[in-house]
Design a protein around this ligand. Structure first.
Ligand code: PMT
Length: 411
């Protein structure tokens, strides 16, 4: 039974149900009925093999939507193609998840609507495996399931079941698909963010990398930030379910899975992009923003002249962090700044905490192996005290910070 506190997680939510080919497919009909009773909306994708066990007609009647069966159906692709379909849902459920569907997903194969949707989705996926006991226990299937649960940097898939019992084939053991109320409970837990994704439903803006302040069309002022720490923070927040917009200066990194990236160069562009991304619940400003820019950027390349090098007049850039932290209706509920210091870390970071008005500051001493490296030693400064975190990978720092953010919202 779905716990009463969880049942509200289903009302108004959208579930995309992919039905694979197995005798357990008939239970998918009951899953849809229970979802609808709890106020959730369902759309169904039926594989070719799945259609041997349940009819599109029953699925359409229960979901109230046409059933999607083919990758290449012009009407479906114009109305809602496989990308839109996967984005439409709050959660994707595969029930029954056959050995074939699991193998395709684990290996990135996309040769029909179901497998393409699984690869295209940016949403959490719940698998309800169902297959013969020997198939389920086969090391190849177990390796595929383990792989799907834990893709590094990826929102790993969740699995419910299978159950032990007598199977349709007469054998006994694990392989029976979980019962519909158990699947419903797992769906509710995922939607409520109670399966390790406590930031589900939260929005976050993260800045990362350096800014580049032009001098003329070919030259500029920048710094040594590689973006690694900020990108890791964006990935860690997305892993916990947040919808993340990453405002990035020029770096050579791929966008983390499920994160929307906005490229910028100068600090003024970064400020505009951050403003456009608000309102948000969380802001983490880890970019190394240039404090100054050149006053009067030359429209052509500045020539070397006999009189010696040109003088550059600098003017102050807007303080993006201070702007985001300023009280007002668009202020994120939690604003986290970073402080890069080469001396007096605690005093300088604390001064920034109060001057900029943010809630927390992650202070790092950048005099030793931080810019561009994979590791970082930081101290978290809050109004309740200082917490030094020993040197660890930037991914670990980011995950710890994301978990602290999740705990903050839970509290
Ligand atoms: O990118 P990596 O190679 O992984 O390195 C990571 C890092 C060292 C860049 C990162 O951990 C870090 O410390 N980022 C903050 C760098 C910085 O600009 O610190 P700051 O002390 O100058 O600025 C303090 C805070 O104000 C920062 O949150 C910064 O984003 C913000 N700021 C600064 C100036 C400005 N004009 N606007 C701002 O918003």
């Amino acid at each position: 039974m779905t716990a009463p506190s969880l049942s509200s997680a289903l009302a108004g939510r959208k579930v995309l149900l992919i039905i694979g080919g197995g005798i357990a497919a008939y239970k998918a009909l009951e899953v849809i009925r229970l979802l609808s009773k709890a106020g959730a909306e369902t759309m169904a994708v039926l594989t070719k093999a799945g259609a041997e066990f349940v009819t599109p007609m029953s699925l359409a009647a229960l979901t109230g939507h046409p059933v999607r069966q083919d990758l290449f159906m012009p009407d479906d692709e114009t109305a809602m193609g496989h990308i839109e379909l996967s984005r439409w849902a709050d959660l994707v459920v595969v029930a029954p998840a056959t050995a074939g569907l699991i193998a395709k997903a684990a290996n990135g194969m996309a040769d029909d609507l179901a497998s393409t949707t699984l690869l295209a989705t940016d949403k959490k996926v719940l698998l309800a495996p169902a297959m013969n006991v020997r198939m389920w226990l086969h090391p190849a299937v177990q390796a595929n399931v383990a792989r799907l649960k834990g893709f590094d940097g990826y929102q790993g898939m969740a699995v419910v079941g299978p159950d032990d019992g007598v199977m349709a084939c007469g054998e006994f053991g694990p392989g029976r698909m979980a019962e519909p109320p158990v699947i419903l409970d797992a769906i509710a837990r995922l939607l409520a963010g109670q399966d390790g994704r406590p930031l589900t439903g939260r929005t976050a803006v993260v800045t990362a990398g350096p800014t580049f302040e032009p001098i003329d069309p070919v030259r500029g002022l920048t710094n040594r930030s590689s973006g690694k720490q900020g990108y890791a923070v964006a990935a860690a927040l997305a892993e916990l379910g947040a919808q993340v917009t990453l405002i990035s200066g020029p770096v050579a990194l791929d966008a983390p899975v499920g994160v929307t990236r906005v490229w910028v160069e100068a600090a003024t562009e970064m400020k505009a992009a951050v403003d456009a991304a608000l309102p948000a619940d969380i802001a983490v400003m880890s970019a190394a923003v240039a404090d100054w820019r050149v006053d009067g950027v030359a429209s052509g390349k500045i020539k070397k002249a006999p009189g010696g090098p040109p003088s550059l007049a600098l003017i102050e850039n807007p303080d993006i962090l201070a702007g985001v932290s300023a009280p007002g209706p668009r202020r994120p509920k939690l604003v986290v700044g970073f402080a890069a210091e080469t001396s007096d870390l605690a005093a300088n970071a604390r001064a920034k905490l109060s001057r900029k008005g943010c809630d927390w500051i992650v202070g790092n001493d950048v005099s030793d192996e931080v810019f561009g490296s994979d590791g970082n030693a930081v101290t978290l400064f809050t109004r309740n005290g200082d917490e030094p975190w020993p040197r660890q990978s930037k991914t670990q720092v980011a995950r710890k910070l994301a978990q602290r953010i999740a705990d903050h919202f839970k509290a």
